[in-house]
Write a protein that binds this ligand. Structure first.
Ligand SMILES: Cc1cc2nc3c(=O)[nH]c(=O)nc-3n(C[C@H](O)[C@H](O)[C@H](O)COP(=O)(O)OP(=O)(O)OC[C@H]3O[C@@H](n4cnc5c(N)ncnc54)[C@H](O)[C@@H]3O)c2cc1C
Length: 449
């Protein structure tokens, strides 16, 4: 009888790298998508370097064994959730970083947290901008694999805008080096962009060369309160046609109330809240004025950095605070900026029609919103209504010329809505690229590609 995949892995990998203890493996099974029930892996590989990743993929490919790559497991779409009898390939132990201040770049391994990359850059007076709200708990590998966004992306761009080069291992174990250390590089196809946002379906990212910027100037924070999200949405479209803030975030009354219950800031009863930041005094005044013109009940500018950080921290807490209220299906829809008021109005209608709570938060300046479809997990009827509402919000976004996911990725949560957005021709081309890179379909199978 030929040796099993576990026998071969055990023969080639260091004993510390290969984990088969069910209790330890349990902690590698799920991500933060509350409704995605993960499977049970055959083994967890805690890779230390590219050689471990390459050997694992080669062996898995030879045996036709599925591989689910995992960063820090903070994903909200089920992308790193285990499937039955897979190898979960964790990159969390790959933590090297080398900052090159003269070239304004950092060469990083995937297991570092986003916050650790920011700190290492800051030691040289530099800045790595992409800032998902989860920046203290998510890995750079996961950020690259989901093309993560965040709060300052409205001005500074998303993860892919900072990628100069990548090292990627494809399904048969071949190591690809893509791009490099130069700012401009048009040699050949830009394959690195194909892997950014591919959610572990095309290869495993083992190293990235990331562009850094000078530290940003201190910012002012602008607060606007509104009677409802439609008025706040109108303020967003007005602000974005006047200036380019470095953050423009929205929370509706239910999201504000959920955060107030955990961290009171005197905002209870607010119908909708806009938080903006900018390093320009003139732009701060314009943002405050545009809030008033759109019907804000209150608008003010604060130059106190501690107050600004407290408000932004409250916004970053919104998802965990709302998760205290029930099981949450997290939307991640995006629409063109002029469609924001219509999207927000439509979400309210979907919530009312399905008798389901849908608090809304969002990176409003990007037109990227997270309606949080919330239900009591003990109530089957409520679960059913929430599922219907979840699909309806995505259909609304698509009807408005938008997307089903702006930054969290498709994972397994949004897989059934992806074809609706892409259509058959794009789906077919995507599958043929997948077949070229992963002919046996071992990488994150059964999710969306
Ligand atoms: C409270 C909270 C707030 C959040 N806010 C934001 C936000 O503002 N913006 C945002 O974009 N996201 C946000 N997220 C979602 C999440 O943090 C991001 O998607 C993050 O990029 C995932 O990183 P991770 O290391 O946890 O990846 P995981 O969850 O482990 O994996 C995510 C996906 O990437 C793949 N993957 C991971 N590492 C690799 C690798 N090295 N090579 C190939 N594929 C890999 C996995 O297979 C999976 O498909 C939030 C999450 C939480 C819990």
């Amino acid at each position: 009888m030929p040796p099993s995949v576990l026998d071969v892995l055990a023969a080639e990998l260091d004993p510390d790298v290969l984990v088969t203890n069910p209790d330890v493996m349990d902690s590698f099974r799920r991500d933060r998508a509350m409704t995605v029930e993960p499977g049970h892996p055959l083994a967890v590989v805690r890779a230390r370097d590219t050689a471990d990743v390459s050997a694992t993929l080669r062996i898995a490919n030879d045996h036709g064994t599925p591989v689910v790559t995992r960063g820090a497991g903070s994903g909200l779409s089920g992308g790193s959730a285990a499937i039955d009898d897979c190898i979960t390939l964790s990159t969390s132990a790959m933590r090297a970083i080398d900052v090159d201040p003269a070239s304004m770049l950092a060469v990083v391994q995937p297991g570092l947290l986003n916050a650790e990359v920011k700190s290492a850059a800051a030691e040289h007076g530099l800045w790595y901008p992409p800032d998902p709200s989860s920046f203290e708990i998510c890995s750079i590998g996961g950020n690259l694999a989901t093309n993560a966004g965040g709060l300052c992306c409205v001005r500074y761009g998303v993860t892919t805008d900072y990628v100069l080069g990548l090292e990627v291992v494809i399904a048969d174990g071949t190591v690809l080096r893509l791009g490099g250390r130069t700012i401009k590089d048009v040699a050949g196809l830009d394959l690195k962009r194909l892997f950014v946002g591919s959610e572990g379906t095309l290869g495993v990212i083992t190293e990235a060369t990331l562009r850094l910027r000078p530290q940003p100037a201190p910012v002012s924070t602008i607060v606007g309160t509104f009677e409802d999200t439609t008025a706040a949405g109108e303020a967003v479209t007005r602000i974005m046609s006047a200036v380019r803030p470095s953050a423009l975030e929205l929370m509706d009354h239910a999201a504000v109330a959920a955060v107030e219950a955990v961290k009171p800031m005197g905002l209870d009863g607010v119908g909708a809240l806009l938080l903006a930041q900018t390093d320009s005094a003139a732009d701060a005044a314009t943002i405050a004025d545009e809030c008033i013109r759109a019907g804000a009940t209150y608008s003010a500018v604060s130059d106190d950095p501690d107050e600004g950080e407290m408000l932004m921290a409250a916004r970053r807490m919104a998802i965990p605070c709302i998760e205290r209220l029930g099981t949450v299906l997290i939307e991640d829809v995006g629409v063109p900026l002029p469609q924001i008021p219509t999207l927000l109005e439509s979400v309210r209608e979907v919530a009312a029609r399905n008798d389901t709570a849908i608090p809304v938060i969002g990176h409003a300046g990007d037109g990227n919103f997270h309606p949080l479809v919330t239900f009591d997990p003990r109530d089957d009827d409520a679960r059913q209504r929430a599922n219907v509402a979840f699909g309806e919000v995505m259909s609304v976004a698509l009807a408005l010329g938008g997307t089903v996911t702006g930054e969290h990725g498709v994972g397994s949560l949004k897989a059934r809505h992806l074809d609706e957005q892409l259509g058959p021709a794009v789906t077919a081309v995507s599958r043929s690229i997948k077949a070229a890179l992963d002919p046996k379909g071992i990488l994150n199978p059964g999710k969306w590609l």
